[in-house]
Every structure is written in structure tokens, then in C-alpha cells.
Design a protein around this ligand. Structure first.
Ligand code: FES
Length: 115
């Protein structure tokens, strides 16, 4: 049965804007959605265990609660010189209605090989 793609996420990357539509839990995480739809190199290298930092995004327009970091996300982000108060690892953000309308900017200048 086809499902409505009722969640929209706007992704800014390398001067381009992508409007991605999905539905709750279509992908394991926001990282997996971006990886599949935007085709970025060196993105999501650890496949979502929260250690590489290559899926780092800045939340530009978000709901209260989305800044809460999960698991080892805080320590991984602390190792990145590009980390800011609105930083998240997109592999730790689930696809649910909380992210509908979210705008994120992919941070491309991350240190590779952290893990
Ligand atoms: S995919 Fe490696 S930290 Fe998110």
C-alpha cells in the first residue's frame, strides 16, 4: 500500500537546496534519507553508529526538542571543529513528524577518520 509522503525536509548542501519528501520511518534515520536522495561523497561513513561525524548537519529551522543529542552524539560532535550549538548527527535523527518542515545544512568540512 502506497503511503503519503507527508514529511518534508529541506537540505542545503554545497549551495543547493533539496526538498525531500518522505514518511515516518521510511528510512532508518535522516542520514539514510540524505545519503539515498542527495548522493553525497564521504557522508555517513560509519553507517549510523554515531562515531564518524561525517553526517554532521546544522539545524536551521526546527522544533523544540530536536537539539537533544542521543547516545555518543555529544562526544562525537565535540571532536569536530565545526560543531555548533545547533549541530546534530543526522544518523541520530529519526524520521517522524517532529522533523516535518525541518531545514538542515550539511556541514562538509568535517574531520575524516575520527573512528
Ligand atoms: S553516520 Fe557516522 S556519525 Fe552519523
Amino acid at each position: 500500500m502506497a503511503r503519503d509522503r507527508d514529511i518534508q525536509v529541506n537540505v542545503l548542501c554545497a549551495g543547493k537546496r533539496y526538498e525531500l519528501r518522505t514518511y515516518a520511518h521510511e528510512y532508518r534515520s535522516l542520514m539514510a534519507l540524505i545519503y539515498d536522495k542527495v548522493y553525497l561523497e564521504d557522508f555517513g561513513d560509519c553507517k549510523g553508529i554515531g562515531r564518524c561525524g561525517t553526517c554532521h548537519v546544522l539545524l536551521l529551522d526546527y522544533r523544540e526538542g530536536l537539539l537533544k543529542r542521543e547516545g555518543n552524539e555529544h562526544s562525537t560532535l565535540n571532536k569536530l571543529s565545526t560543531s555548533q550549538g545547533n549541530s546534530r548527527l543526522s544518523c541520530q535523527i529519526l524520521l517522524d513528524n517532529m522533523i516535518n518542515g525541518l531545514t538542515v545544512e550539511v556541514v562538509e568540512d568535517n574531520h575524516p577518520g575520527l573512528y
